[in-house]
Design a protein around this ligand. Structure first.
Ligand code: SF4
Length: 209
């Protein structure tokens, strides 16, 4: 089976098994804020930080540009690395204030904004066809026997997916969300539940930790 047949099949199987995920949680500028806050932490912690910002009426470009950095750090503290993230957030917000529709290159020029964060913002906030890949995608695709490189190369893996599924923003959003769900619930790092897995019959089950 070719990759352009296999990837849509994987998507269909995951969709039937888990149902639609309707990512990203939140809307508007909250998506960009969440994309920074979720670096190196779980979404639960991000939710707490976002709630703090909401209560402080600070889910806006105007507030995030003017709030004292120490106050911002306090509000986003539950998301971890809060000092670093406060600076990253301020830098990103300054870019968005200047360029409301930034390119990928402009996002990547912001210190602390890497490929995954930039593409999450482009795909989920700006509805652009940039497929988001991450360590979960790498693990699942390695085990499936689709991606056989030793190291995770973001742009290479993204290209492999993008070239083998239709260029469709909604599909990109949903497929990424389903892969995250699958990695967390079934194809976990240490104990994949292959017997319950919807991809069992097309997976090579290569061991990857
Ligand atoms: S069959 Fe096992 S290794 Fe393969 S995707 Fe499913 S859970 Fe992961």
């Amino acid at each position: 089976m070719s990759l352009s047949e296999k990837l849509p099949l994987i998507y269909q199987k995951l969709l039937e098994f888990y149902g639609k995920q309707n990512w990203w949680p939140g809307e508007g500028i909250e998506i960009a804020i969440g994309a920074v806050l979720t670096q190196q932490t779980s979404w639960n912690n991000v939710e707490i930080a976002l709630n703090n910002l909401r209560k402080a009426n600070c889910l806006s470009i105007k507030c995030l540009q003017s709030i004292e950095l120490s106050k911002l750090e306090e509000l986003i503290r539950p998301s971890g690395y809060y000092r670093l993230k406060a600076i990253r957030l301020r830098n990103l917000i300054n870019l968005l204030a200047e360029k409301p529709k930034p390119t990928r290159e402009e996002l990547l020029s912001v210190k602390g904004i890497g490929f995954e964060t930039a593409d999450s913002i482009l795909n989920y906030l700006f509805e652009k066809p940039f497929f988001v890949v991450d360590a979960y995608t790498f693990r699942i695709f390695k085990r499936l026997g689709i991606y056989n490189k030793e190291k995770f190369d973001y742009n290479e893996l993204q290209k492999l997916v993008s070239q083998n599924i239709p260029e469709d923003v909604e599909l990109y959003k949903e497929f990424h969300a389903l892969l995250v769900k699958h990695a967390k619930e079934t194809c976990s790092k240490k104990s994949p539940k292959c017997n319950e897995c919807p991809l069992n019959d097309i997976c090579e089950k290569l061991v990857v930790y």
